[in-house]
Design a protein around this ligand. Structure first.
Ligand code: PHE
Length: 344
């Protein structure tokens, strides 16, 4: 008679040690399958005496029950562990931070144009715009620059490629928008005009065939040069700092009389004549052209010069941006190098 107690112990040990459902089933076949000692013991039952048979029958049943129970317990545990393993393997970490997309921002020039415009909007000016492709009438004639005027050549005008003598130009300044506003609006007029302008200049550190200006125009009764000066001082201090001074130097523009070039005091040196990269030791930096609107321009635009007067100015946006942010080469604005763009 087989020693069932020893077999049972070995069987339960095999179940405990099985580490996969596969191994568990192998143990099941080994200890309860056709060739198992258990089945052999069942076969030997008929050779036993009735008493022995009864005892052996109880032992066999106890074995089966114990085995079955241990098998199920172990199988549930292994199945749970395998499921757990699989789920762990399939796990997605949704908390991973997304790949960083660097935020964009307006171009330095756009920022400076906006700031310049904001200063004047704060003073009650409205924003006006005009076309970049302009007629010579607005760009020149209405601005008191007749066809034979030297300023037409000095402006390095880019003409549109049309048959015959062209009347179509890329505007060389934002001043034609003065005429567009004055011919369509009755005074009082207070506008700023940000925009792109074009000149047939060779590219170098301070010249670009495309650049930006902000034009200003104020027309009303009794406007004087003192108003121009006060307005431009306010502008210079808003852009460059409350300590700055301005000075007006006599100049010449066909559409203003008198005309003044405006300098802002240098904020980068003492102004006492030492070597300075920004003002070359003069203590002053030129920032814009300005003047009182020429009565001939008012008349040409349908405004009575005996009743109204006005002032106008034109600021170079690249120049302001370069002075404010220490940019030394105008080409930086147009090359689109991300290392430059990301600095501002
Ligand atoms: N249009 C002039 C220029 O481009 C600037 C200017 C504007 C001067 C308005 C006086 C008045 O140089």
């Amino acid at each position: 008679m087989a020693d069932l107690a020893a077999v049972q112990e070995a069987a339960l040990a095999a179940l405990r040690e099985a580490s996969t459902v596969g191994e568990l089933d192998e143990a099941r076949v080994r200890f309860t399958g056709k060739r198992s000692e258990l089945v052999a013991a069942q076969g030997e039952m008929r050779d036993l005496s009735p008493d022995e048979r009864k005892a052996q029958g109880q032992a066999i049943n106890a074995f089966k029950r114990a085995f079955e129970e241990a098998y199920e317990t172990r199988r549930d545990a292994l199945a749970a562990a395998e499921l757990e393993d699989r789920l762990r393997g399939e796990r997605l970490d949704l908390s991973l931070p997304p790949r960083r997309v660097p935020p964009g921002r307006p171009h330095l020039l756009t920022q400076v144009l906006d700031e310049i415009v904001d200063v004047f909007v704060g003073l009650g000016y409205r924003v006006a715009e005009g076309p970049e492709v302009e007629s010579a009438t607005y760009n020149f004639d209405l601005m008191n620059i007749p066809p034979d005027h030297p300023a037409r050549q000095e402006m390095d005008t880019i003409y549109a490629d049309v048959e015959g003598p062209s009347d179509v130009v890329l505007r060389t300044h934002t001043s034609p928008v003065q005429a567009r506003v004055m011919t369509t609006t009755a005074p009082p007029i207070a506008v700023v005009v940000p925009g792109r302008v074009f000149r047939a200049d060779a590219v170098d550190a301070t010249h670009s065939p495309v650049f930006h200006q902000v034009e200003g125009l104020l027309v009303d009764e009794g406007v004087t040069m003192a108003d121009l000066r006060g307005t431009l001082l306010t502008f210079a201090r808003a852009m460059f700092g409350p300590e700055r001074q301005i000075r007006l130097r006599p100049s010449m523009f066909p559409f203003t009389e008198p005309s003044a070039e405006v300098d802002v005091s240098c904020g980068f040196c003492s102004g006492q004549g030492e070597a300075c990269r920004v003002c070359s030791g003069t203590g002053w930096i030129e920032i814009l052209g300005s003047g009182m609107v020429d009565p001939a321009v008012l008349s040409a635009c349908g405004i009575d010069p005996d009743r109204y007067s006005g002032f106008a100015f034109g600021v170079g946006a690249e120049r302001v941006a370069m002075l404010r942010h220490g940019v030394t080469d105008i080409r930086e604005f147009f090359e689109g190098d991300v290392r430059f763009l990301a600095r501002f």
